[in-house]
Design a protein around this ligand. Structure first.
Ligand code: ZN
Length: 271
C-alpha cells in the first residue's frame, strides 16, 4: 500500500505533468472506484487543475476553486500519466477512470484490487477534518511535544499507534517498522510508557526515514509505481522490513503480529 513517501512521489510528478491542465472529460469504467459521482453531472466536472496537495496518504487535486478531487490509492491504486491518449496501448486491464485533458493527454486511475477510491467534494470543504486525518508525519508541527500529547494516557503499542491515520497521517506498515528500528524502540512498548528520549528519537527517525524515502521516490516492493510507471528505489535502504538478520548486530529479526499486521524488529537493538 502506498504510504506517505510513495504518495508524495506521485504528487510531485503530477505537479510537473498536469498542473494548469484542463480536464475536459472524466471517463468512468468502474462505478465503485468513483464513490460519489452520481451526485454530480459528469459534464460539469471540468476545469483547470490549479493545485495538488497531499494529506497523509490522500491526494487532493483542486479544480478551478470550484471542486476538489480526492484520491486514495489504498492497496493497488496507481495514477499513470499518458502523454497522448495512449490508454488503448497501455498494458493494463485494470483502468477504472480516465481524466482526459484538453491537450490530448490523460491521467489513468488503474487499480487491480479496486479498493482505491476517487471522490469529489466542493472546494470549500475541509477534507482533513471531514476525513478525520491526523497530523501529517512530515508536518513541521509534528514534533516531540505533539507526539507526547498524542501518546498521553494511551496504552496502545507504539507500532499500532504509528499506523493510526486519525492520529498521525502517512505512516504505513513498512515505514513504521523502519522508523522504530532507526529509533531503537521496541514496537511492543505501550505509548504511555515511552520516555521523553524515546519519543524524541521516534520523531527524529520519522522525519529522517520518510524524507529519505521521498528523496528515493518511495519503496516498490510489489505494486507501487510512479506516474511514469517506473519503480521507487527506497527498497534498497530497508533495514528490517522483509529482513531475516539485523544489519547492525546480526541477530535474527523477529516477526510478530500486531493489530492484524506483521512487524519485523530486532530484539537486541530495539528494547
Ligand atoms: Zn540488532
Amino acid at each position: 500500500m502506498p504510504e506517505l513517501p510513495e504518495v508524495e512521489t506521485i504528487r510531485k510528478e503530477l505537479v510537473k505533468q498536469i498542473i494548469g491542465k484542463y480536464i475536459s472529460d472524466i471517463h468512468i469504467l468502474l462505478d465503485r472506484s468513483f464513490v460519489n459521482h452520481t451526485q454530480y453531472d459528469i459534464s460539469e466536472l471540468i476545469g483547470n487543475i490549479t493545485q495538488i496537495d497531499r494529506y497523509g496518504k490522500y491526494l487532493v487535486m483542486q479544480v478551478n476553486q470550484s471542486f476538489q478531487i480526492l484520491i486514495h490509492l489504498r492497496m493497488t491504486g496507481k495514477l499513470i500519466y499518458c502523454p497522448f491518449q495512449q490508454q488503448n496501448s497501455f498494458k493494463t486491464n485494470h483502468i477504472r477512470l480516465i481524466f482526459n485533458f484538453q491537450t490530448g493527454d490523460c491521467l489513468l486511475f488503474d487499480d487491480v484490487r479496486t479498493f482505491g477510491k476517487v471522490e469529489i467534494f466542493s472546494s470549500d470543504l475541509d477534507i482533513k477534518s471531514y476525513k478525520n486525518i491526523g497530523i501529517d508525519a512530515l508536518d513541521e508541527d509534528f514534533n516531540f511535544n505533539k507526539l507526547k500529547a498524542i501518546c498521553m494516557n494511551k496504552k496502545t503499542q507504539i507500532k499500532v499507534l504509528l499506523l493510526n491515520q486519525n492520529l498521525i497521517a502517512g505512516i504505513g506498515n513498512i515505514y513504521a517498522q523502519e522508523i522504530l528500528f532507526d529509533a531503537k524502540v521496541s514496537p511492543l512498548i505501550q505509548v504511555n510508557q515511552l520516555t521523553d528520549k524515546e519519543l524524541k528519537r521516534i520523531v527524529v527517525s520519522t522525519k529522517k526515514i520518510l524524507s529519505l524515502a521521498v528523496k528515493y521516490n518511495g519503496t516498490s516492493i510489489s505494486d507501487f509505481r510512479r506516474v511514469d510507471d517506473k519503480t521507487g528505489e527506497f527498497q534498497d535502504f530497508l533495514q528490517v522490513y522483509g529482513k531475516i538478520t539485523c544489519p547492525v548486530c546480526k541477530s535474527d529479526i523477529l516477526k510478530i503480529r500486531q493489530g492484524g499486521r506483521s512487524t519485523n524488529y530486532c530484539p537486541k537493538c530495539q528494547i
